[in-house]
Design a protein around this ligand. Structure first.
Ligand code: ZN
Length: 551
């Protein structure tokens, strides 16, 4: 199809984005094709879809033009839309009529402009530029883009403050761009779609509001819970979870309801100053959202990698966040937000989250473990989080396991972490092409090699955890993190292995249980922390008692 033919198809019409991310309930090409068929039946004149597999399935059920994209994670963990010419070719071969690619700063640094020329010249399909600013649109059109899409507004470092669809941005794009503009990004109602056309857009892409049932349910749940909270004086805090790749944040009620949540990229490599400014922007955006929902947040909780002293300063952080050690996070954020701020190590914060809203609500002694790229943990002793004499307690990943064993990220050899993290699981399977999620899926489907690898990991974990269990005599080990999600085999294997390493075993009723907090556990943990510290300043009668769990 030529750009002119495409225009004839989609002018003044709706395009529906049918996507489900890794781990989402509808992540299946067959199901995506049904969403596309339903959208077309409802009046969609085009479909936007991710990956050759989805596009092939969608092409089989509908004739409408397809905008193909490929969201493959780069080695640094970031997702870049259609990051290579080869991925564009695979999309077209699968049936895409045109290809969209990331033309933001990051996309351009990764060669987007050259890719526009190459795709047009060799694949002979129209190219659509996903942008976040007028400047990026002008540059992409200069390089030959046939259409401009507002897709990335709100999703880049410079624009992540923009939480809502803004028709003014469409107007600016239309004014500055020599090619047609298609509105996309955060369009969540027919009224906003209408505003996009009024602003001069050629067509409008709507995704989440039509094809993500979980998000649609969440919007209704949030509206209901928000109003209920207002009527029953539930209090709220803001939780920020600063991760190495993503910063998640949200507004959390004292009953554990997550009224709002969002995630933006973390500028992890940009140094402490940029990270602090980033956190301040995110905090302000969350406070604004809380106000919109009709709640005045009581306090702000921050969960971050690194170990945090009593004043909210980073006592020690690894090179994952260069320059973070020594940063007075609590003080700076308190000044910027005007709220009381509690800062805590992310694994410790998760333990607080489990205690307030999760699997540990009725427990006084437990060890909370996060297992993923690394191994983190938080220990509750007699109802209180143990923070140690120097704020560096709970370094569970660096319990010595094997004399002169494999090197650890901390500089020592033979620590527990490199025997039980994601890299270890891949090593035990012996196939470096497989991702941990694929290995876990394989084990659940009965693959012996994958099951054996998980058991090996569980055995090391049991041996390592004999130390904290012997020391603390907890009621439960609570496991969360990427390696634990959808991994019941690990939970039961760890339960099976533990008795071999612990004496006396029969005196203990030690349980191994999965985390109940889910993907936004860090946000819930940070918010719980804010409730916990906040109550230190309040008279006992006014303390906030969490009532039930919900996420
Ligand atoms: Zn170590």
């Amino acid at each position: 199809m030529t750009p002119t033919e495409i225009v004839r198809y989609i002018q003044g019409r709706l395009i529906v984005s049918c996507q489900a991310g890794e781990g989402e309930i509808f992540r299946d090409p067959k199901l995506m094709s049904l969403f596309a068929a339903a959208a077309a039946a409802g009046g969609a004149a085009g479909i936007r879809a991710n990956s050759p597999a989805d596009i092939r399935a969608i092409r089989a059920v509908t004739d409408v033009p397809i905008i193909g994209i490929d969201k493959t994670p780069l080695p640094d963990g970031f997702l870049l839309i259609t990051a290579s010419f080869e991925s564009a070719r695979a999309l077209v071969e699968a049936g895409a009529d045109m290809v969209a690619l990331d033309c933001s700063e990051r996309g351009q640094q990764a060669g987007a402009l050259e890719r526009i020329r190459e795709i047009r010249a060799k694949l002979r399909v129209p190219v659509l530029a996903d942008v976040a600013s007028v400047e990026q649109a002008v540059t992409a059109v200069g390089a030959g883009a046939d259409f401009v899409l507002s897709t990335l507004r709100g999703y880049t470092e410079e624009t992540n403050h923009a939480l809502h669809f803004d028709p003014k941005f469409i107007e600016e794009l239309v004014r500055a761009s020599a090619v047609p503009v298609i509105a996309e990004g955060r369009i969540s109602s027919p009224e906003q779609a209408r505003q996009a056309i009024a602003a001069g857009a050629l067509a409008v892409v709507v995704g989440t509001a039509i094809t993500r049932p979980t998000e649609i349910a969440r919007r209704f749940a949030a509206a209901i819970e928000s109003e209920h909270a207002r009527r029953h004086s539930v209090r709220h805090t803001i939780g920020l979870d600063l991760g190495g790749t993503r910063t998640k944040y949200g507004v959390v009620g004292s009953n554990g309801s997550l009224l709002f949540k969002a995630a933006v990229e973390t500028p992890a490599r940009s140094g402490a100053r940029a990270l602090l400014d980033h956190l301040k922007r995110v905090a302000q955006s969350a406070m604004k959202k809380a106000t919109e929902l009709g709640h005045e947040p009581l306090a702000l909780g921050v969960a971050t990698a690194g170990w945090i002293d009593d004043t909210g300063r980073v006592a020690y952080a690894t090179d994952n966040l260069p320059g973070w050690t020594g940063t007075p996070v609590g003080e700076e954020l308190a000044e910027a937000s005007g709220l009381p701020v509690a800062v805590e190590n992310d694994a410790n914060a998760l333990a607080v989250g489990e205690k307030y809203f999760g699997a540990a609500r009725s427990l006084r002694d437990f060890v909370c473990i996060t297992l993923g790229t690394g191994l983190g943990g938080g220990c509750y002793v007699d109802g209180r989080l143990n923070r140690g004499a120097h704020s560096v307690a709970n370094m569970l990943g660096h319990i010595p396991l094997i004399p002169d064993g494999v090197p650890c990220s901390c500089g020592l050899r033979g620590c527990l972490e490199p025997y039980v993290n994601a890299a270890a699981l891949v090593r035990y399977v012996g196939d470096s092409q497989l991702s941990p999620a694929q290995i876990i899926a394989g084990a659940n489907a009965g693959e012996q090699r994958a099951i054996k690898a998980i058991r090996t990991l569980a055995r090391h974990l049991a041996r390592g955890f004999a130390a904290p269990v012997s020391l603390l005599d907890p009621e439960a080990l609570i496991l969360g993190g990427g390696l634990v999600e959808n991994n019941p085999i690990l939970i039961s294997a760890l339960s099976d292995e533990l008795p071999q390493f612990l004496r006396p075993w029969e005196n203990r009723a030690l349980r191994v249980i999965p985390s109940q907090l889910g993907y936004h556990g860090g946000v819930l943990g940070a918010a719980a922390l804010a409730f916990e510290r906040r109550s230190d300043f309040e008279p006992a009668s006014r303390r906030l008692v969490p009532t039930h769990i919900h996420r």
